[in-house]
Design a protein around this ligand. Structure first.
Ligand SMILES: Cc1cc2nc3c(=O)[nH]c(=O)nc-3n(C[C@H](O)[C@H](O)[C@H](O)COP(=O)(O)OP(=O)(O)OC[C@H]3O[C@@H](n4cnc5c(N)ncnc54)[C@H](O)[C@@H]3O)c2cc1C
Ligand code: FES
Length: 282
């Protein structure tokens, strides 16, 4: 039988928001094994950089995986320029440990920015496992808010925040989380995925309530196999590798200051590389 798509071919592409794209990629082996919380490492071009991106969804029958990414630097811009019918040079995965999915009771899923797409499969599986899922999603403004309908479908209750108040509550997802916990509702677990500062704030919010909180860390990565140490973070005073020990960790044990410092370590070089890339490709 004729194979419909080539391996790693982009079969669908959507712009979800300015500079945030969703692609569906044909890779039956990854689609067959993917589980919530796992990621792939993608390389565009033989000389391309390897970048980690969460598997936002999968269709085992069609052999497709969904990736949602924000164009922030050279590699994500390169990926964003590929269209339907183009083949991604390398897609390796599924990598990382799957998220812990059990019947916990009431789970609050907090997603910020592009992190909403990463928390979506977790919310979906937690709902399937019988949990009451309350989701809080937020973005800088309504135009940047993604996966609202997807999250509504897998949540018993969906709360929205925007920094500028253009949709939902004006403020941060962590403000909504704080109010929810202050309301006295019994929450058995919180899961937060988004920018490091958002996850840090969520951890600070839940700590006094003693609610187990999980975050999916987005450290810099190279090998994705526990060999290079690029993704190292400090958790509970020990060095852990996000690619093989994570990406999910107990938020109350993570040293976010170290993570944020490491994420910013190459900012100047990254900005220069993007400036050069955009000048050449303009
Ligand atoms: C396990 C894991 C899963 C991820 N899943 C997704 C995903 O589903 N969708 C998505 O858009 N991104 C995701 N990321 C982040 C993504 O890998 C980076 O945005 C990407 O590597 C940036 O590469 P670049 O060359 O485009 O930009 P670079 O030139 O490397 O960086 C440009 C700027 O982006 C920011 N940045 C770089 N790396 C990260 C990072 N790891 N986290 C946050 N900000 C960063 C910095 O501010 C930097 O200055 C994930 C990261 C990890 C570790
Ligand atoms: S990315 Fe190399 S050890 Fe994790």
């Amino acid at each position: 039988m004729r194979q419909l798509f080539r391996l790693n071919e982009i079969v669908e592409k959507k712009e979800l928001a300015p500079r945030i794209k969703e692609i569906k990629v044909y890779n039956p082996r990854i689609a067959a094994k993917a589980r919530a919380g796992q990621f792939v490492i993608v390389k565009v071009g033989e000389e391309g950089e390897r970048i980690p991106l969460t598997i936002a969804d999968w269709d085992r029958e069609k052999g497709l995986i969904t990736i949602v990414f924000q164009e922030v630097g050279v590699s994500t811009y390169k990926l964003g320029r590929l269209g339907v019918g183009d083949v991604i040079t390398d897609v390796v995965g599924p990598l990382g440990n799957p998220s812990e999915i059990e019947k916990f009771g009431t789970v609050v899923c907090v997603g910020g920015g592009v992190g909403i797409a990463a928390i979506y499969p977790m919310a979906k599986e937690l709902k399937k496992a019988g949990n009451r899922v309350i989701s809080i999603i937020g973005a800088r403004n309504k135009d940047l808010l993604i996966y609202e309908e997807e999250m509504r479908r897998v949540s018993d209750e969906l709360r929205i925040t925007t920094d500028d108040g253009s949709k939902g509550r004006k403020g941060f997802v962590s403000d909504e989380l704080r109010d929810l916990l202050n309301s006295g509702l019994k929450v058995d677990r919180v899961i937060a995925v988004g920018p490091a500062i958002m996850m840090k704030t969520c951890a600070d919010v839940t700590r006094p309530f003693n609610v187990k909180t999980i975050v999916s860390l987005n450290s810099l990565m190279l090998c994705g196999m526990g060999m290079c140490g690029a993704c190292r973070v400090e958790v509970g005073g020990k060095t852990r590798f996000v690619c093989v020990d994570g990406p999910d960790f107990d938020a109350h044990q993570v040293n976010f200051d170290v993570l944020i410092k490491r994420l910013n370590a190459y900012k100047a070089e990254e900005q220069l590389a993007l400036k050069r890339f955009l000048e050449v490709k303009a």
